[in-house]
Write a protein that binds this ligand. Structure first.
Ligand SMILES: N[C@@H](CCC(=O)N[C@@H](CS)C(=O)NCC(=O)O)C(=O)O
Length: 204
């Protein structure tokens, strides 16, 4: 099984879960700056030209959330529990893509990726809109986490790995966490899990 990744946000979810579960994957680094994700051989596996990508028995699976779930299924892990909690997890994953990590991801892109790719300084309007959007969605998450340790049930699931994915970059990405102490504490809890802080394999 091969897990194609780069050291960026969405692959971080799949890599952290793979490391956490000690999944038997071969990590394959994709150099986005060199355009490796736009090569015909890669496009044949993922026509979206994006990472991450999991290839299992020759079958490609793209989308980071689907990959986390598949890795958990293969490991028989409760990160993707085989019961009604799945609907709740899907609720948070869907919400995350539209709200929380959508805005946090924009701040990550503006402050970290733009400079890395030589695309110039962050766009002020975009940063303003994303900061406002982040605060609105963070307020909802803050209320939810004020009453519990994990997003769904009493154990971590793929939903926690997904929603918190931008938080390790919060200081540099100027993600305003200081006003959201329950989110901050939840992120500290995630930090105690194997794989969270070192999701990517060393590349010698
Ligand atoms: N919805 C996809 C998004 C994947 C994605 O946007 N990946 C970025 C890296 S974080 C990428 O491959 N960017 C390369 C490009 O757009 O050229 C997922 O969650 O897997």
């Amino acid at each position: 099984m091969k897990l194609y990744y780069s050291e960026t946000l969405m692959p971080r979810k799949a890599c952290a879960v793979a490391r956490h579960l000690r999944s038997p994957v071969d990590f394959v680094h994709v150099d986005l700056a060199a355009g490796e994700h736009r090569m015909p051989a890669y496009l044949a596996l993922n026509p979206n030209a994006k990472v991450p990508l999991l290839v299992e028995d020759g079958e490609p699976l793209w989308e980071s959330n689907a990959i986390m779930c598949r890795l958990a299924m293969l490991a028989g892990s409760d990160l993707w529990p085989a019961d009604r909690r799945q609907a709740d997890i899907l609720r948070w994953l869907s919400w995350d893509g539209e709200h929380f990590t959508r805005h946090a991801g924009t701040l990550y892109f503006e402050h970290l990726i733009r400079p890395r790719l030589g695309m110039g300084p962050p766009d002020g309007e975009t940063v303003l809109g994303a900061t406002r959007g982040f605060r609105q969605s963070a307020a909802i998450l803050e209320r939810h986490l004020g009453r519990r340790d994990w997003l769904v049930g009493d154990r971590p699931t793929v939903a926690d790995f997904a929603l918190a994915v931008a938080l390790p970059y919060a200081p540099d990405a100027r993600i305003p966490l200081a006003d959201f102490p329950a989110i901050d504490r939840w992120h500290d809890r995630l930090g105690t899990l194997d794989g969270w802080w070192e999701p990517f394999p060393g590349r010698g």
